[in-house]
Design a protein around this ligand. Structure first.
Ligand code: PEP
Ligand code: MN
Length: 365
């Protein structure tokens, strides 16, 4: 049994297969879990020329090390990664245009804020996460039917959501329905990949891959998504510390994929009145520790429909770059997470309030 919706736009293969899109020029190198790797940062002078920067980058490549160039408003930072014994011998400070050189001392290197010296922006389709705009992702927990996903996609788009979410738990049909909803609504889609064996298929459709909380430390899955160049949203495990989350993200970046979003979705505590405890402390801490954009999922974080809006507003006030909200047109019939899903009209109301809070903290929606 194949395509139930055989229009050309939703037929698998509308993109080259994943194997063809894997980055081949970026050899899997500096897994930070390799004991002796080191990351150094070269801070260039404000007046460093483009020629000087290119010279540094090409010398680093000649040495068999990798350079990651980040352009801030004032100056360019060049992150250098490689085996410690190799890096230590190199005169990184000797190039014209260099102001200072220092090692990244944190256990997570590539994800650390200093490695880039500026906040990263991650593009999901044409939507930029990590700019002044707070990006709203919304959609059902699971894709259930054509009517369900098309109607939710349209209503959340009309209310101001920029990315459509949906779990495709029957992968092929769910992904085809999401692709159809993308075509109808114009919204890029984020969906979960649960297993390495599904990655090839999910990557044919998704604009952003979601790694679920239960898979945060599935290192083979992290490495595999790191070998794609697709954006990846990594959800914090329910018993994971902020540092654990950063260390997991490091696996993805180590493989060459810097298009990573980190998602706070609530952790387990002794509290039983709510599904999880949304750890909004993580937002400012992550913003300080990493250059990666931060997403908050208040829906799973509190797990009770009536309380989701308050936590969504709090997440934006705390500095989240994006929020993810579950929305269902008939929550009482939802196959999963109906009790925490907002009705479309309540979502529309929430977006209006999110806009006010965003503006109050110097952001926009
Ligand atoms: C989801 O986003 O529907 C989901 C399953 O989330 P989590 O992995 O955070 O439980
Ligand atoms: Mn869910």
């Amino acid at each position: 049994m194949r395509t139930v919706f055989p229009s050309p736009e939703v037929t698998p293969g509308h993109r080259p297969p994943l194997s063809a899109r894997r980055k081949t020029s970026c050899e899997p190198i500096f897994s930070t879990q390799t004991a002796n790797s080191l990351a150094m940062i070269i801070i260039t002078r404000p007046d460093a020329t483009e020629e000087q920067i290119q010279h540094i980058v090409s010398r680093i490549a000649d040495w068999g090390l990798r350079a990651e160039v980040s352009r801030g408003e004032m100056r360019v930072v060049i992150g250098v990664i490689g085996a410690e014994d190799k890096i230590r011998q190199k005169p990184l400070g000797a190039f014209p245009g260099v102001e200072s050189v220092m090692p990244v001392l944190k256990p997570y290197k590539l994800v650390s804020y200093e490695f880039r010296g500026t906040a990263s922006r991650v593009k999901v389709g044409d939507v930029v996460v990590g700019s002044k705009e707070v990006v709203i992702m919304a959609g059902p927990c699971s894709v259930e039917s054509e009517d369900q996903i098309l109607s939710i996609a349209q209503s959340i788009r009309d209310s101001g959501a920029k990315i459509l979410r949906g779990g495709a738990f029957k992968p092929r049909i769910g992904l085809q329905l999401l692709a159809e909803a993308r075509r109808e609504s114009g919204l890029p889609i984020i969906t979960e990949v649960m297993d390495t064996k599904d990655l090839e298929l999910v990557a044919e459709y998704a604009d952003c891959l979601q790694i679920g909380a239960r898979n945060m430390q599935n290192f083979s899955l992290l490495r595999e998504v790191g070998r794609t160049q697709l954006p990846v949203m990594l959800k914090r495990g329910m018993a994971a510390s902020i540092k654990d989350l950063l260390m997991s993200a490091e696996y993805i970046l180590s493989e060459g994929n810097f298009n990573v979003l980190l998602c706070e979705r609530g952790i387990r505590t002794f509290e039983t009145m709510t599904r999880n405890t949304l750890d909004l402390n993580a937002v400012p801490v992550l913003k300080a520790e990493t250059h990666l954009p931060v997403v908050v999922d208040p829906t799973h974080g509190i797990g009770i429909r009536d309380f989701v809006p308050a936590m969504a507003l709090a997440a934006v006030a705390a500095g989240a770059d994006s929020i993810m909200i579950e929305v269902h047109n008939a929550p009482e019939f939802a196959k999963s997470d109906g009790e925490q899903s907002l009705l479309p009209k309540d979502f529309a109301d929430l977006v209006r309030r999110v806009r006010c809070v965003a503006e109050a903290v110097g952001r926009a929606v």
